[in-house]
Design a protein around this ligand. Structure first.
Ligand SMILES: [Zn+2]
Ligand SMILES: [Zn+2]
Length: 1013
């Protein structure tokens, strides 16, 4: 039966002809004004798979997630699928009429088939599980594939005529990459711990034996095997130790590698094209190689790609606001048990607001307070504060106003949750453990070992269990899953998972529930963006499916003590809903404001101009962010928060405050374009960036309210920190990984989250790796309409849809391998040419892909830098020190270098070709701030000049954020963000580490003031 393909008609009207049209490669409609026309002719494919038709005449390839066919001898490839399917790993039917492949049309991988002329496209599997890696049986009647249907990957068998699906393997380990050995045996790869490798299993009549037999042990990542026509030999790819091998195995001689020593063999099933020759993909090419030894022969490929990028101009941010602004960073509101008051955190402090009254500030200090939690008697609040240097749990007695420190840990204690009897507080630590502190004694005990960023715990009424929203994965092979309710017993019983809505996320972890009602009869959590409640048994087991009681996006649900009402946060408001009737009974506007703390333009008290607002920086060396060269002896005149003029030094220019940098180099403040701000780093986080010369950060993927709290705290002067460009929660498919990830399916949630992005004025939008391409397209269109750039991990077809940026050369990919980079860290011309031609920005993040580690192996002296010692949580600095304690072996250094150098070369090729690279790090994977400088050092060692390197963290990034008119360079009228460096980073990029002073928004910070609170 042919299923309809929702969305396919709208898939790509301006891009290319739909599925069935194969006569012409691509056609473009009229170009919209301003759109960039992109034409590239590709001869290489990164991590491309290929399959030769049974008659030996046609090759099928999956270049860029599109299926193409081409002559077996080489030549022009023609697409047979549209660009939005993410079609991968084709396998021919034995009669040569059809291809089976895996595709990601909706929110899971499914097996599809298509006629080789591009007609008769249909899914042959469906459902909430991932089905991958099809292998068509020699008799043509069945397709073997791998699937996570059983809680781990296993091999399954589809009978095409009936649609019956049968499980073939059943071990608890992962079994995948099936291939046929004759009619009645399937080989597969198993990651079983005791003996990983390639196994075979018989799939004859039901009565036949099903014993699994190891046919080749493996010491690395192994891909699908292929058997020679007579079944006597087997070929397969193994990647280990930074090397890739093409193995040929015979029963008599064992396994031997026939690949060239430095060959980059791609991780797909090779194919025997004769008893003596295999076809495979490697080095971006399709190749044939004699198994007896000898050189490979390349089959040349030509594939034309043409499209027009939709025109887009990002909105311009207002930097010069003055006067009171509404506070939008209201974090973690919690209702008092009697339902009369709300506590929350904002602008770095705790607040208490009588419902219907004005919020009062409970704390007034330079430290960061957050995550308030009520005691059941309503007399106390537990919260996190870094008052003693680390985010520890404190308790405020609301009657006396006294604060008491409850934990004294060296790592952040967050997400406090008070036991019903008031004797204990549960919290989470940076290791992902759930801990419990005894309120009287302060003794800490562990309630649960590491969880992946579980949400805030909620107690059972009897205090004998906790429930948290926790990631439940579909297998250990891939990291994504859905958030489900994990019940943690505190009296020694095993954990239990509750799945009130199977395959749907319950809560987004963080602060989205589940919250157990005080009377124990119900739970509440956010699902599909809405507040839902469901009845539960005494042990917490769901008794009916969740029912939505909000019609709008909701977060931070808390119950009143009578278990009748829930407070939640939606947009700028707090709402109280009567649970039985689902009616909103109170809507609360906190009415808080903050005021930007720009340098004073007017002299206090006089209303006249303030002479002190003028600053002259006398720069011995000066680089403006654009020029190819450094100027010497320059005066930068700053008026308020903007640059007024830049001129050759004259004594008469030394008016106002004169800053002598005559022995230093002045450059624009650096932009870190990919970092996630963590509240666990406390108040010092903002100073960490400035201390490394970073005056602007872009935060892709974060809790909306937490990131706005940071921005408001930095802009109001409550805390010292960089300018912040931010998005909110990332948009993802149904399966997610990180806490806070928005899991989207075809329900109405997409429109709601786009509305949220608009209401909160996100600077840009981040989409994540399980989002289907067609949803990506819609999000790009809507975000652009709102003036917001869009970035993701995806290159193609995102680039066609107009996505503005791509994060990470590698990064997570739903495919399990990257279409942007091979396992040996090499990107081929498809990736490089698309980036150059489209001008889509790339944030390489080489640092998290081995670059930071390699540099640290070579020189770990950064550990002793006072900034590392003074600004980062003690436990984190200690962990870094521990990691560098053992000297790396020469082999480890060699492998690390071999995996980093190709990434540096890719950056070099893109920049030299005219592409746009923006420097970012994905901190805090590596240290905030420092990691950006080391990322830049990677670009330099790839061969870019210092000026080219510095542009990736200044002008190019500013333009990518739509802030080129205000940031990125030092020119008259630009914002006064600059770094004074003791040394010259334009001759030695490592001198960037020698930050002496930093100016942000016209305000000057010396290193000493940044090192101390
Ligand atoms: Zn001067
Ligand atoms: Zn990231």
């Amino acid at each position: 039966m042919r299923k309809s393909l929702p969305g396919i008609a709208q898939a790509a009207p301006c891009v290319l002809a739909a599925t069935a049209l194969v006569a012409f490669a691509f056609s473009i409609n009229a170009q919209p004004p301003g759109g960039r026309a992109v034409h590239v002719t590709l001869h290489e494919g990164t991590n491309m798979a290929a399959a030769l038709s049974p008659d030996g005449r046609t090759l099928a390839i999956d270049l860029l997630g599109t299926l193409w066919t081409m002559p077996a001898a080489g030549g022009v490839a023609k697409p047979i699928t549209d660009i939005s399917m993410d079609a991968r790993q084709p396998s021919w039917s034995p009669d040569g009429t059809h291809l089976a492949f895996q595709a990601y049309r909706s929110t899971t991988w499914q097996i599809w088939t298509i006629k080789s002329d591009g007609t008769d496209l249909r899914p042959v599997t469906s459902g909430p599980y991932d089905d991958r890696e099809p292998a068509w049986s020699p008799d043509g009647r069945r397709i073997a594939f791998s699937s996570d249907r059983s809680g781990s990957y296993d091999v399954w068998l589809l009978t095409l005529a009936t649609g019956d699906i049968k499980q073939i393997t059943s071990a608890a380990s992962n079994e995948f990459y099936p291939s046929w050995k004759g009619e009645s045996e399937i080989a597969f790869v198993s990651d079983r711990r005791e003996k990983p490798g390639i196994y075979t299993i018989a799939v004859g009549p039901p009565a036949s034996t099903s014993a699994e037999r190891l046919v080749a042990a493996s010491d690395g990542a192994t891909a699908a095997a292929a058997f020679s026509p007579d079944g006597s030999m087997m070929a397969f790819n193994v990647i280990a130790g930074g090397r890739s091998r093409l193995m040929v195995n015979t029963a008599s001689t064992g396994s031997r590698n026939i690949a060239d020593p430095d060959e980059d063999v791609f991780p797909f099933r090779p194919q025997w094209v004769s008893p003596s020759e295999v076809l495979y993909t490697a080095d971006g090419k399709i190749k044939r190689r004699p198994v007896a030894g000898g050189a490979a022969r390349v089959i040349e490929l030509t594939a034309d790609i043409s499209f027009t990028r939709p025109p887009f101009t990002p909105k311009r941010r207002a930097f010069d606001r003055s006067g009171p602004q509404p506070v939008r960073g209201i974090m973690h509101p919690v209702v008092s048990p009697d339902g009369t008051r709300v506590a929350f955190a904002a602008l770095g402090d705790l607040w208490l607001m009588p419902i219907g009254g004005a919020a009062q500030q409970l704390t007034h200090d330079a430290s960061l307070e957050t995550d308030p939690a009520w005691s059941a008697d309503g007399k106390s609040l537990a919260y996190s504060s870094d008052r003693d240097g680390v985010m520890n749990i404190w308790v405020r007695d609301l009657q006396s106003g006294a604060d008491r420190q409850l934990t004294r840990l060296t790592a952040a204690a967050m997400q406090a949750s008070w036991s019903p009897d008031g004797s204990r507080v549960a919290f989470s630590d940076p290791e992902g453990q759930i801990q419990i502190v005894d309120v009287k004694s302060g003794a800490v005990s562990r309630a649960h070992e590491h969880l992946n960023e579980a949400g805030r715990a909620s107690w059972s009424p009897d205090g004998r269990a906790l429930v948290v929203s926790s990631l439940k994965v579909y297998s250990t092979r891939f990291r994504e899953g859905t958030n489900q309710v994990l019940r943690i017993s505190l009296d020694g019983q095993p954990d239990r998972w509750f799945e009130p809505m199977p395959h749907k996320s319950i809560g987004m972890r963080e602060d989205y529930g589940p919250v157990w009602s005080p009377d124990g009869t119900q739970m509440a959590a956010i699902a599909d963006g809405l507040l839902t409640v469901w009845p539960v048994a005494r042990d917490g087991a769901p008794q009916r499916p969740p029912r939505a009681i909000s019609t709008e996006l909701a977060g931070s649900p808390t119950w009143t003590g009578d278990s009748r009402r829930i407070l939640y946060q939606s947009g700028d408001r707090l709402k109280i809903v009567d649970v039985p009737s689902a009616r909103i009974v109170q809507e609360i506007d906190p009415h808080l404001t903050w005021t930007p703390s720009s340098p004073t333009y007017l002299l206090p008290g006089t209303g006249g101009p303030n002479p002190l607002r003028t600053k002259t920086i006398h720069a011995g060396r000066f680089w403006n962010g654009r020029a190819d060269t450094v100027q010497t002896d320059v005066d930068v005149i700053v008026d308020g928060n903007r640059v007024k003029s830049i001129e050759a030094h004259r004594d008469t220019l030394h008016a106002g405050t004169v800053i002598d940098a005559s022995h230093e180099t002045v450059i624009p403040g650096l932009i870190e374009i990919h970092t996630h701000l963590s509240k666990a780093y406390g108040e010092a986080l903002g100073r960490e960036f400035l201390a490394w010369g970073i005056t602007t950060v872009r935060n892709p993927a974060t809790n909306t309210y937490e990131t706005l709290e940071s921005r408001e705290a930095y802009e109001s002067g409550v805390r010292v920190g960089p300018r912040l460009f931010t998005t909110g929660e990332p948009f993802d498919g149904t399966r997610i990984y990180y806490a806070g990830g928005t899991s989207l399916d075809d329900t109405g949630q997409l429109a709601r989250v786009l509305g949220h992005a608009k209401d909160f004025g996100f600077d840009f939008v981040k989409t994540y790796v399980r989002l289907p391409d067609l949803m990506q397209k819609r999000i790009v269109e809507e975000a652009h309409r709102m003036g917001m750039p869009v970035t993701s991990h995806e290159l193609y077809p995102a680039v066609v849809y107009g996505a503005d940026g791509v994060e990470h050369i590698r990064g997570t990919s739903r495919r399990g391998y990257s279409p942007k980079i091979s396992n040996l860290s090499r990107s081929y011309r498809d990736v490089i040419d698309l980036l150059i031609a489209s001008k889509m920005t790339l944030t390489p993040t080489i640092g998290i892909q081995g670059g930071f580690r390699l540099q640290t192996m070579r020189d770990a002296s950064w550990i002793d830098d006072p900034r590392i010692q003074k600004l980062y949580p003690v436990s984190i600095a200690q962990r870094w020190r521990d990691q560098t304690r053992t000297a790396p072996s020469a082999a480890a250094m060699d492998e690390a270098a071999r995996l980093v150098a190709p990434q540096e070369r890719t950056v070099h090729q893109i920049v030299k070709g005219g592409g746009r690279v923006t420097a970012g790090t994905d901190a805090p994977i590596n240290p905030y701030g420092l990691s950006l400088l080391m990322e830049l050092e990677n670009y330099a060692s790839g061969g870019l000049t210092p000026v080219e390197v510095l542009r990736t963290a200044t002008t190019v990034s500013a333009e990518a954020m739509g802030a080129g008119a205000d940031l990125g360079s030092l020119e008259p009228g630009k914002l006064a963000d600059l770094v004074i460096i003791d040394g010259n980073p334009l001759t030695n990029i490592r001198d960037l580490r020698r930050v002496k002073r930093v100016m942000k928004d016209g305000r000057l910070y010396d290193m000493d003031s940044l090192l101390h609170r």
